[in-house]
Design a protein around this ligand. Structure first.
Ligand code: ADP
Ligand code: MG
Length: 376
């Protein structure tokens, strides 16, 4: 199949208008595309950047139709867009990623099964689909373990660390007995992610692997290049590429991995979109993950993903608000990105900054220092 080529002047749509949709919109408009965003929130960050903001829910057929009619291609910024909506839009215009891939990434059990079949190694787990299996799950996985709801989890939401059978029972009650996975809690040396891009002609490009540090289940910092062996870096990219191929994926695919203390690379989860751990690419790579998203949906060749500088990305959550801005602006090697959110709440992602330096260690020193100062 030769891919449909979509060139500047055409109109691109994005389902979802949070920060990822906003950064996609900036990239698309910079490249000369018109942008339509669909998001029910009248204040959403992408709505301020897009040419057109359709303010409607993701299951609003009339709104989806309006979007499809206006757009030469449509993408998405978060995985919980109902897949029926994606299928509906796909009947009328090009949509990447496809609903099939989306449905796999929406469900932890499904994505682990898919990854396993493709030859990757998920953390040992048990798919807990009914209450009568609680004991079996506990016997198979052992403790400590982590109970995670199969769908709708993000930033550590919908998950519970459990140390014994009683805690497992309580956690299962707390998630209202929805479908879950019970995962072995492993000793993590570090977490890494690999982001790959694939177009409809099966051309593939991988971004440099990022090392990710979390706080309270939320990404705090990404360090690139990741401080792991070349073999692990290569393996992470290989694994992400295998998944993209196996899914016949078109778009940006982000894959999270754990590196255990005995140096095993475990598949954790995947996201069918640009990823927080790829925000460093906005300043440190020839092509950002958002430009790459535009390129993939437009049938263009992947842009060069070369790393131009070691970089540390730090998330800015609502907890910091109002930050001491000058602590950023008095540095000459920090790039600030804010998402246009007016209301700051604890845990809410408001922006990030990228520190570029000669080496990762110097970038880390500045990143940590500035993060401290930001809090006033
Ligand atoms: P989310 O969808 O919220 O990102 P994740 O499954 O990625 O959920 O889990 C969030 C974080 O919790 C991970 O980045 C990791 O730090 C920790 N974690 C998750 N699963 C495990 C596990 N099996 N063993 C140890 N730590 C884990
Ligand atoms: Mg995660």
């Amino acid at each position: 199949m030769t891919a449909k080529l979509i060139l500047p002047g055409a109109t691109l749509g994005v389902l979802g208008g949070g920060q990822l949709g906003r950064m996609f919109s900036v990239a698309a408009r910079t490249m000369g595309y018109r942008v339509v965003v669909l998001d029910p929130d009248p204040q959403c960050g992408a709505g301020l950047i897009a040419d057109v903001h359709i303010k409607a829910g993701y299951d609003d057929q009339a709104a989806l139709e309006e979007m499809a009619n206006q757009c030469d291609a449509v993408t998405l910024e978060f995985e919980n867009i109902p897949s029926q909506s994606v299928r509906f839009v796909a009947e009328k215009t090009t949509v990447y990623p496809a609903a099939d891939a989306l449905e796999i990434a929406q469900n932890r059990d499904r994505e682990k099964q898919f990854a396993k079949k493709a030859g990757l190694q998920p953390v040992p787990y048990f798919a807990l689909l009914q209450e009568s299996n609680l004991q079996l799950a506990a016997d198979e996985v052992g403790f400590p373990a982590i109970l995670k709801s199969n769908t709708l989890g993000y930033d550590g939401k919908g998950q519970f660390v459990v140390n014994d059978f009683a805690e497992l029972g309580a956690a299962y009650e707390q998630v209202a007995k929805v479908d879950c996975v019970l995962e072995k809690k492993i000793n993590i040396r570090c977490e890494v992610s690999a982001i790959v891009a694939r177009n409809a002609s099966a051309e593939l490009a991988a971004f440099p692997v990022s090392e990710n540090q979390h706080r309270n289940g939320i990404l705090h910092m990404s360090i690139v290049p990741a401080r792991v062996s070349d073999e692990l870096t290569k393996l992470a990219i290989e694994n992400a590429s295998i998944l993209a191929e196996a899914l016949s994926y078109v778009g940006i695919l982000a894959v999270e991995f754990f590196v255990s203390d005995d140096d095993v690379l475990y598949f954790n989860e995947m996201a069918p979109r640009p990823h927080n751990s790829g925000h460093y690419s906005k300043d440190a790579c020839v092509t950002s993950q958002f430009e790459q998203q535009v390129r993939m949906m437009c049938g263009l060749k992947p842009g060069d993903t070369r790393l131009l500088s070691p970089v540390v990305m730090v998330n800015m959550l609502g907890d910091l608000w109002e930050p001491d801005w000058l602590s950023i602006f008095t540095q000459n090697n920090i790039k600030l990105h804010l998402y246009g959110k007016t209301e700051a709440r604890p845990g809410r992602k408001m922006g990030h900054f990228n520190v570029l330096a000669e080496d990762v260690e110097s970038a880390l020193v500045v990143a940590n220092e500035v993060f401290e100062q930001l809090q006033g």
